[in-house]
Design a binder for this molecule. Structure first.
Ligand code: SAH
Ligand code: SF4
Length: 343
């Protein structure tokens, strides 16, 4: 069976030509798929005969809502979604003043094993296809009657460990006849798979690259993020510098503040020294304490002091606004359940 929603528009046109159809038929089908139809029968400008042929050899990826949690504070919605093989991921829809942002998953689980992360603790099952990433967005749009304007690849999974499907998704979702969400409205977060950062730089996409740093040195980082034992901080920051230069885009560094682990003034100074002279921004996130990790978020005064050290060194930093904190909606720790459920 062909995963038809993962095909590029020109691939779909080629496929139609192979079927003895005019190429523009592929364009029509492409538009239907990305408008969110769930069956070929809804494609009213396609002949019944062709629709029957499509049903026989292709499937349309969709996501089924298994659970939905809505934050009392800010309306953030967390979804547990399932795909055709029953695998489940979570996605989060957030509303900001400029529109809706969706935080989607790129894999079922994750191989990277970060010690503070709920996804990392639950192991890896499989990669998502491009169409399954699109289906997450379409399901949220349909369920809320809204248009999503921004996407962050910060849900379950390591996007650069599923490189080809993720790149395909980025091209599909930003295509004019697709959902048409511009690359400038998309952020991709990585734990630091160095060779893939170079690969991404070559593509010169205008998306925002977020790098999950979470520590100022190899000693701390290798303890919390096993990937650091393969690609250390020097190597990672070299790749980041290359990326910023190649794309002209500022890199955003994520730094989860963990009480007593990475939040001292000395850590802040070390971080500032490392990032000096680089096109960057630091996002500080009080860590979400996930059961079983033993980590607690840093105290408010500690965070303030940490920022002061960074700012004094000329590094811009902000504390990320955490939406949906009552429903554990923070991406990357999506697997925990909450007491409030929407039927
Ligand atoms: N695998 C990618 C993207 C998904 S995780 C990555 O690691 O970057 C998205 C973000 O959530 C990452 O910055 C990750 O480090 C962070 N994260 C994971 N668990 C967290 C937790 N318990 N508290 C705060 N941030 C967390
Ligand atoms: Fe994977 Fe990102 Fe979680 Fe690390 S933080 S285990 S890379 S999802």
């Amino acid at each position: 069976m062909i995963d038809i929603k993962s095909l590029y528009e020109d691939e779909l046109k080629e496929e139609m030509k192979k079927w003895g159809e005019p190429a523009f038929r592929g364009g029509q089908i492409y538009q239907w798929l990305h408008a969110g139809v769930k069956s070929f029968d809804e494609m009213t400008n396609i002949s019944k005969k062709l629709r029957e042929k499509l049903v026989e050899s292709c499937y349309i990826s969709s996501a089924t809502i298994e659970k939905k949690l809505i934050s009392d504070y800010d309306g953030t919605r967390k979804y547990l979604l399932s795909f055709r093989d029953g695998e489940k991921v979570e996605s989060v829809l957030m509303q900001y003043h400029h529109g809706y942002t969706s935080c989607i998953s790129t894999q079922v689980g994750c191989k990277m094993g970060c010690t503070f992360c709920a996804t990392g603790m639950s192991g890896f099952s499989r990669n998502l296809t491009a169409s399954e990433m699109i289906a997450q967005l379409q399901t949220e749009q349909e369920d809320n009657g809204i248009r999503i304007s921004n996407i962050v690849l910060m849900g379950m999974g390591e996007p650069l460990d599923n490189f080809d499907h993720v790149i395909r998704f980025l091209h599909l979702v930003s295509s004019e006849n697709g959902m048409n969400i511009g690359m400038r409205h998309i952020s991709l977060s990585t734990c630091g798979l160095v060779p893939r950062i170079y690969d991404l730089a070559e593509l010169k996409l205008q998306l925002t690259l977020s790098v999950s740093l979470h520590a100022p040195n190899d000693r701390i980082r290798s303890r919390t993020m096993p990937v650091n034992r393969v690609y250390g901080i020097d190597e990672l920051l070299k790749a980041c510098r290359y990326y910023a230069k190649a794309t002209g885009r500022r890199i955003s560094f994520e730094y989860a503040m963990i009480d007593g682990v990475n939040d001292s003034d000395a850590c802040a100074q070390e971080l500032a020294d490392r990032l000096k002279g680089m096109l960057s921004h630091v996002n500080l996130i009080p860590v979400n304490s996930v059961k079983g990790t033993g980590y607690q978020k840093s105290k408010r005064d500690r965070i303030r002091s940490f920022i002061a050290v960074l700012e004094k060194a000329g590094i811009t930093a902000t504390v990320r606004r955490t939406l949906g904190s009552d429903i554990n909606a923070s991406c990357g720790q999506l697997k925990r359940s909450s007491e409030r459920e929407d039927p």
